[in-house]
Design a protein around this ligand. Structure first.
Ligand SMILES: NC(=O)c1ccc[n+]([C@@H]2O[C@H](COP(=O)([O-])OP(=O)(O)OC[C@H]3O[C@@H](n4cnc5c(N)ncnc54)[C@H](OP(=O)(O)O)[C@@H]3O)[C@@H](O)[C@H]2O)c1
Length: 283
């Protein structure tokens, strides 16, 4: 973490900028979502954790409660409309309001497109796109009442397609379209809609993605950021009501290059083509 981010984190925690706010973070039983839940709780928010695995959710909630934070859990599969409706209803029933929705639950994949099992296409699209649209659909009225924030967690693959992550890239790019439309529909109501573009992040040791055949694959890549850094940027984005934030300078540079020098960017990426795919095959 840079010294500026450390200062920001300390100020956020000291000033409790999210005091009185209720934040629902999908996919927060582990990884980036869990770290976000911890930082938001430090910043004063009441945090609602989500994930499918109830035991893991209970463990994460226990971790936050041990530190004295206000936390509850809402187990739900974000790809299931009825479960999403019940999740939001439960938050409103318990706290009477919802200020922040972080659509973080997601799953990545590795493998060249020609080899992909159709089930991978289905699951990656459903989890990353439908799994962000459904919680938003059920939360949007409550967030409009609180003039709160809806944030989508995207990726560098949501800025530009890379080899080996085609469907993940397509799904993350779809989030930008959803966020842009929501911004237009909701901006007059005072709702903030943002997309955070995350670079390769330190993973939990047991994290897997989907291989081309649908089986879990472990990934080993040098991370360019920590989970805490992602959470700090997310908090800053919400406080400043920013629409698009790139967690790393490299992400910002990629977006700039892709926008103004697409052919050059293409040439550079073609030269490094297949690295991700090969890395996953070494597992
Ligand atoms: N890690 C990176 O390098 C990186 C880079 C760019 C973008 N991102 C994005 O950041 C987000 C978090 O990534 P991460 O690395 O922290 O992932 P992770 O460690 O694999 O955690 C994923 C979380 O999502 C939950 N989840 C998955 N499918 C779900 C579903 N259908 N319904 C409800 N919860 C579900 C998981 O809990 P259960 O399994 O119990 O449901 C878990 O809590 C994702 O959107 C990812 O695409 C990550």
């Amino acid at each position: 973490m840079t010294s500026q981010e450390k200062r920001e984190a300390r100020r956020a925690a000291a000033g409790k900028p999210l005091a009185g706010k209720v934040a629902l973070i999908t996919g927060s039983s582990r990884g980036i979502g869990r770290e976000t839940a911890i930082l938001f709780a430090e910043a004063g928010a009441i945090v609602v954790l989500n994930g499918r695995d109830e035991a893991r959710l209970a463990d994460t909630a226990g971790l936050l409660r041990e530190r004295g934070f206000s936390v509850s859990t809402a187990a739900a599969d974000v790809t299931d409309a009825e479960q999403c409706r019940a999740m939001v209803e439960r938050v409103l029933g318990e706290y009477g309001r919802l200020d922040i929705l972080v659509n973080n639950a997601g799953i990545s994949m590795r493998g060249s497109f020609a080899e992909l099992d159709p089930g991978v296409i289905e699951t990656v699209t459903r989890t990353n796109v439908v799994g962000a649209a459904l919680p938003t659909r059920y939360a949007v009225d409550a967030i409009t009442r609180s003039r709160g924030s809806i944030v989508f967690i995207s990726s560098l693959a949501g800025v530009r397609g890379f080899a080996g992550v085609s469907i993940y890239s397509a799904a993350k790019m779809a989030l930008t379209g959803l966020a842009e439309s929501l911004h237009v529909e909701l901006t007059a109501s005072g709702v903030h809609v943002g997309v955070l573009f995350v670079a390769f992040t330190e993973n939990d040791p047991d994290k897997t993605v989907m291989g081309a055949d649908g089986k879990p694959v472990r990934i080993s890549r040098r991370a360019s950021t920590t989970q805490r850094q992602v959470a700090v940027q997310l908090l800053r984005m919400i406080r400043r009501r920013r629409r698009k934030v790139y967690v790393t300078a490299a992400g910002k540079y990629l977006a700039f290059m892709q926008r103004y020098f697409p052919r050059l960017t293409d040439a550079v990426i073609l030269r490094s083509r297949g690295r991700i795919h090969q890395a996953s095959r070494r597992q």
